[in-house]
Design a protein around this ligand. Structure first.
Ligand SMILES: Cc1ncc(C[n+]2csc(CCOP(=O)(O)OP(=O)(O)O)c2C)c(N)n1
Ligand code: SF4
Length: 278
């Protein structure tokens, strides 16, 4: 049954006869995000023409290439700027932005905090693999302190960003974190994020064995999924833990759930007022 549904979704939503085979390495988490995205849009019943996927550059950015919606594969770090323009021009469009941790929090970090501050009505999916995957494994703003990368061969000396805390501080309307190990929960968070008004962020922990795992003593991609199973815990459980039990754990769930309308709604309401509408 699930297999039949999977085949139907492939035919309905993927550019299966044009853009495949895909570029993802065996065990890459990004393909699971792609599955979750397609299932979520299908379950929500959004017409394909009412969805626009905007992505930056990176392995994560490739997701936009594979799906048969309105899609824009933009420049590294600038996906949110394109998405902002699309949403302001066409507020009825469901605009979903896909970025890596490098894309969203390094080169595009300024756009992330201002999209949150502005409350533009787009959904940002941040695929966090703790590394620059596509370009060979340089450290990113979420590479944990002490871990190894191509540019930190003796261990990362800098602190890392916590995406959820960053977006909370920047006043995003909706902030959640999931993982590709918990795929069913991911589907429901993704639907929640897509349907919530204003700026929504869903951070998704998505392993990259090729560029991060191998350098950090993971034996295989499976080892990385087992790590997610052990370390990603529901936020309620996390909040009930003492400080020592929290060490190494990643809280998951919904952290902010406001329903403030996006700036595009306020803008059009104001425009109509000044054009003599109300
Ligand atoms: C303006 C610009 N700077 C740098 C690059 C090179 N570049 C392409 S992808 C990438 C990093 C991708 O890492 P991330 O955003 O974390 O995505 P991932 O590949 O890990 O999914 C970089 C630095 C670029 N294409 N354009
Ligand atoms: S390099 Fe990493 S992020 Fe890129 S496809 Fe391979 S496993 Fe995925």
């Amino acid at each position: 049954m699930a297999e039949v549904q999977g085949t139907q979704l492939i035919h309905k939503y993927l550019r299966h006869n044009k853009k495949f085979p895909h570029v993802f390495c065996p065990g890459c988490g990004h393909g699971i995000v792609l599955g979750s995205l397609v299932r979520s849009i299908d379950t929500l019943g959004l017409p394909k023409d009412d969805v626009c996927i905007v992505a930056g550059i990176g392995c994560s950015g490739r997701l936009a290439v594979y799906v048969d919606f309105n899609t824009v594969h933009t420049t590294h770090g600038r996906a949110l700027t394109f998405a902002t323009g699309i949403k302001m021009a066409n507020p009825k469009m469901n605009v979903i932005v896909i970025m890596g941790d490098g894309d969203s929090m390094a080169i595009g970090g300024n756009h992330l905090i201002h999209a949150a501050r502005r409350n533009i009505g787009v959904t940002a999916l941040i695929l966090n693999n703790n590394i620059y995957g596509m370009t060979g494994g340089q450290c990113s703003p979420t590479t944990p302190s002490g871990s190894f990368s191509m540019t930190t061969p003796l261990g990362q000396m800098e602190q890392s960003f916590d995406c959820v805390e960053l977006c909370k501080a920047a006043k995003a309307n909706y902030v959640a974190r999931g993982s590709v190990f918990h795929a069913m929960k991911l589907d429901s968070m993704m639907m929640d994020a897509i349907t919530n008004p204003g700026f929504g962020v869903l951070e998704i922990m998505s392993p990259c064995f090729t560029q991060f795992g191998r350098k950090n003593k993971f034996k295989s991609p499976v080892d990385m999924y087992q790590y997610l199973k052990k370390t990603v815990v529901p936020v309620d459980r996390y909040n009930g833990m003492d400080e020592s039990a929290r060490q190494g754990k990643i809280p998951s769930g919904v952290f902010v759930h406001n329903t403030e309308p996006g700036i595009e709604e306020k803008y059009y309401a104001m425009a109509s007022q000044y054009q003599g509408g109300e």
